[in-house]
Design a protein around this ligand. Structure first.
Ligand code: PRP
Ligand code: MN
Ligand code: MG
Length: 181
């Protein structure tokens, strides 16, 4: 296989920067949810790394569940159609839900998820996203905890994929256009 570095242009956010940011966000979340019954909901598959690193920095008890949805498939553009591949196992009634995402791009996935969750009786619903692309927003998402605002480029790594590859990169990097054009 070719060297993975040939598929990338700039590194946008390093592993160290990510960890430092998650440490900050975890302290903030612990303060905000002190004394509350917190449920972290990770959005598979992209949010696996964020969930693992964020939740272990959280200095409080929290339960964890996963929802698998997908809208990108093997494309760099959102299809706009969100499919549930795995639903939650948890009843949201009375729970304080914090959705954990890797990235808000067009915002379509989260807007769909938030609407889907509203009817399930949660006590509160907030969003934590490691990355956000303000220039790509098609719908506005009210995201309480944001790691980094990034430019409108297709990024991979730290959970983010292109056609299921690159999720295991340690940093977040821009995918070289020759890979997908
Ligand atoms: C990616 C990413 C977010 C979503 C963001 O997931 O992990 O969940 O797209 O894009 P949006 O704001 O334009 O909706 P994807 O559908 O690729 O599934 P994956 O997490 O399994 O890679
Ligand atoms: Mn995803
Ligand atoms: Mg994807």
């Amino acid at each position: 296989a070719a060297d993975i570095q040939d598929d990338l242009t700039d590194i946008l956010v390093t592993e160290e920067e990510i960890h430092a940011k998650l440490e900050e966000l975890a302290a903030q979340v612990a303060t905000d949810y002190s004394g509350k019954d917190l449920l972290l909901v990770g959005v598979l598959k992209g949010a696996v790394m964020v969930m693992a690193d964020f939740s272990r920095r959280l200095p409080m008890n929290a339960s964890m569940d996963w929802m698998a949805v997908s809208s990108y498939g093997a494309s760099t553009k959102s299809s706009g159609v969100v499919q549930i591949r795995k639903d939650l196992d948890t009843d949201l009634h009375g729970k304080h839900v914090l959705i954990v995402e890797d990235i808000i791009d067009s915002g379509l996935t989260l807007s769909w998820l938030l609407e889907n969750f509203e009817s399930r009786g949660a006590e509160s619903i907030e969003v934590l996203a490691l990355l956000r692309k303000p220039e790509a927003a098609k719908v506005q998402i009210d995201c309480k905890y944001v790691g980094f605002d990034i430019p409108n480029e297709f990024v991979v790594g730290y959970g983010l994929d292109y056609a299921e590859s690159y999720r295991n990169l340690r940093d977040v990097a821009v995918l070289a256009p020759h890979v997908y054009s």
